[in-house]
Ligand binder design. Sequence first.
Ligand code: ADP
Ligand code: MG
Length: 270
Amino acid sequence: LAPPQPTPIVVFDKVTKSYGSFTAIKDVSFRIDDHPGRGEMVPILGPSGCGKSTVIRLIAGLAPQFPQTSGTVLVGGQIVKGPGADRGMVFQDYTSFDHRTVLENIAFGLECRGVGKKERLDRAMVWLGKVGLSPKKDADKYPSELSGGMRQRVAIARTLILEPKIILMDEPFGALDPPTRARMQDLLIELWREQSPTVFFITHSVEEAVYLGDHVLIFSSSPGTILKEVKVAPPEKPAKEMQRDPAFQETVFGIKEIIENLESSQRSGD
Ligand code: ADP
Ligand code: MG
């Protein structure tokens, strides 16, 4: 018997996005398989302006990146028609509602889904704890009273409480200091193991991509195309220890070399 074919969860087929006469991404094709009970981490690496946000927002179905100019974007085998409950987005800039408390922010998506007040606040309290905030001290605070790392915990809880099958993160830890960033990476892995969604995340850190990633997508500069896909082993150790592992360092070095070669071949006009 042939092994069962994995079903794709996200497929790009020759996707091009132009803004007027400017082409941001051109003929981007890739396929990420669904791994029920395991999920996959898909880091997106590439220079600024190469179309990483465009790719993620096309998956999310968010304008003005959505819709693409040509090509096909499939999520769960269906053509993307706009945002949906199967996809959740975490932005870099800690999007939260300033006039809502931490707890109310985390409960927001459930409120949109019509979940009653008691149930949604109870569930939000569970999530507040899961992302390492204090139910006693932090629940009633307002976003302005939180540090960057705490606000990003709220943003992650707000998305994960809805248990989307696909999580889209646009440079989610880019604004955090390195120790906070390492803690957030470990938190993300812990939560990911629990829910096993497919996570796409944009990062400028090759270390972060290799640490968190299963299937790394590397983009060229504009117009963005996929230059290389690299599969890496899932993380086994905390971020801080992993950084010292020789096999880890070798993979990081290999990807950095790919990116440097891309950049120098682009400079010489190949
Ligand atoms: P990245 O996230 O990799 O930095 P983006 O996907 O945000 O790149 O953008 C890719 C290119 O498309 C950039 O050159 C950017 O200036 C351009 N771009 C993005 N959004 C728009 C828009 N709404 N109108 C015009 N150009 C845009
Ligand atoms: Mg971007």
